[in-house]
Design a protein around this ligand. Structure first.
Ligand code: FAD
Ligand code: SF4
Length: 484
């Protein structure tokens, strides 16, 4: 373990942020990196518990061996530490930045509200490894002669592609957008994760032999049958992008948008790309000088808040139908699981007005333009309470209430009953066995990531991509050394 008495002597520290007034002037990352010495001290706080819940089933979904690399970081052995971290996680620089860190919730020191700063150490370790030149291509020693196609280049597709390429298969990744990365690139804003991190991995993978074919939509530019006829296996990792229907009357007003097209537009703008995308080729949406209302309480809503502030919104209000959660959780009732408690994202901390237990009844306006959002307080069954209605001024509104599942049009529409989906209303792609086979009802077709599990997290997508790669390797060669 790190330092035997570390957790007694050293306080938890996480990186400081640029002040909100500075960071909303740009779209770049705004955390101030810690020194190596401070990162080592934070790693030293790890107690190397007999049962390390942080990497067990309630903690890290990819089972990062957290106590092991905390110890290696504490001893300054960056090379062994990154080797260990890469053994479970292809992209720690992504998760170190944007994972909500269920590992820290499960940390034993979280019983005292002072978990080890695991995510901070993970990011610092990945960034240091890049600086030291330790992240280099690792091409396979021998080729198997098998070909695998991957549909979609989000974290699930990227993780699978890297694993399969390193196992010696010829891997082609098909992506309908102009650049690889999926929601990492076009959903998550740059201020949470700059996109050069994706470019570096794509470069590494290209040097390992993976090819990226962007601007190709399977189901439109090429059929799935063409792929299954050409390749030995095909992995569908197309994400879950169908927005949940809010059912709020828009009264035909201008100024009301789904969150995703707005975020995609800004990400493309920052990336120097034309703002029109596969998802959205409508008019430019810009929050500068406007009163903005964001309907929804999750990550996507929060990203709209931060984006609107950076575009110069006058005021941003976020509406959440759920009651305000408690400030602190009852640890003995929740630990080591993820607890519901009041969390404030960095975007919300930039000045958002948050309203809880509020239903959005309708959008109101004049001359076809949105001017306000009619709301009401709700009771504990989420029913509007008569007489509590009020109107919030709004020139622009974003609906960010989550995703219903994969897009039933495009690739999936052409497959009809051949592709089995889950019976629930999400309609995710069904597989024979999660965690082991990832096989769909179509011969040679596998599915992983959000398209299979519904909208989730980057770390879960990486896990699914890795496990699907193992299943494919096993099916193609009869054996596998890829980890589960
Ligand atoms: C705004 C937003 C913010 C988020 N923030 C976080 C966060 O902070 N932390 C976190 O852990 N998670 C976050 N998530 C969730 C996370 O981004 C997803 O769970 C994750 O990206 C899913 O990975 P995936 O590879 O399954 O799919 P995706 O990332 O959705 O990638 C799917 C890819 O497939 C491509 N594709 C689809 N169909 C086809 C086709 N027919 N042909 C070719 N290509 C196709 C798409 O263009 C896309 O690039 C966020 C999600 C959103 C929307
Ligand atoms: S990937 Fe997420 S859960 Fe796993 S160690 Fe990193 S921050 Fe924690």
């Amino acid at each position: 373990m790190g330092k035997v008495t570390g957790f007694l002597e050293i306080d938890r520290q996480t990186p400081k942020y640029q002040p909100a007034s500075d960071r909303i002037r740009h779209f770049r990352e705004f955390t101030l990196p810690m020194s190596d010495a401070e990162v080592g001290k934070q790693a030293a706080r790890c107690m190397d518990c007999g049962v390390p819940y942080c990497h067990g089933p309630t903690g890290c979904p990819i089972h990062n061996q957290i106590p092991d690399w905390n110890d290696l970081v504490y001893s300054g052995d960056w090379e062994a530490a990154i080797r260990n971290l890469h053994s479970t996680n292809n992209f720690p620089e992504f998760t170190g930045r944007i994972c909500p860190a269920p590992c820290e919730e499960a940390c034993t020191l979280n019983l005292e509200d002072m978990p080890v700063a695991i995510k901070t150490v993970e990011q610092a370790l990945a960034d240091k490894a890049y600086k030291l030149g330790l992240i280099v291509p690792q091409p396979a020693e021998a080729q198997t002669g098998k070909r695998v196609a991957i549909i979609g280049s989000g974290p699930a597709g990227l993780a699978a592609a890297q694993q399969l390429g390193r196992a010696g298969h010829a891997v082609d990744v098909y992506e309908r957008e102009s650049r690889p990365g999926g929601l990492l690139r076009y959903g998550i804003p740059d201020f949470k994760m700059e996109k050069h991190w994706i470019d570096r991995r794509v470069e590494q993978m290209s040097q390992e032999g993976v090819t990226f074919r962007c601007g190709v939509e399977i189901g439109r530019d090429m059929s799935l049958d063409e792929l299954t006829a050409t390749y030995d296996a095909v992995l569908y990792s197309g994400g879950a992008e169908r927005p949940r229907d809010a059912g709020i009357p828009t009264n035909g007003l201008n100024g009301i948008h789904d969150a995703m097209p707005y975020l995609v537009q800004q990400n493309r703008r920052v990336g120097g790309e034309n703002i029109a995308s596969v998802l959205w080729d409508g008019p430019e949406v810009w929050a500068g000088g406007k009163h903005v209302v964001v309907v929804g309480g999750g990550d996507t809503a929060s990203d709209c808040v931060g984006t609107a502030f950076r575009q110069g919104a006058v005021r941003v209000t976020q509406l959440d139908i759920r009651p305000m959660p408690p400030k602190t959780e009852d640890k003995l009732a929740t630990w080591p699981f993820w607890a519901t408690k009041m969390r404030v994202s960095s975007s919300q901390a930039e000045g958002a007005q948050r309203e809880f237990q509020i239903a959005t009844l309708e959008f109101v306006g004049e001359d076809g333009q949105l001017t306000g959002v009619k709301c009401a307080q709700v009771d504990d069954k989420r029913r509007p309470i008569p007489g509590t209605e009020f109107i919030i001024r709004a020139d622009l509104a974003f609906i960010a209430i989550g995703f219903a599942g994969p897009n039933p049009e495009g690739l999936m529409a052409g497959l009809g009953d051949r592709l089995e989906t889950t019976a629930d209303r999400r309609g995710n792609v069904a597989v024979k066995a999660n965690d082991t086979s990832y096989e769909t009802s179509i011969d040679k077709l596998y599915a992983a990531g959000d398209v299979r599990r519904g909208q989730s997290l980057v770390v879960w997508a990486i896990r699914e991509g890795r496990q699907a790669a193992r299943a494919i390797d096993l099916a193609l060669t009869g054996q596998t050394t890829l980890p589960r």
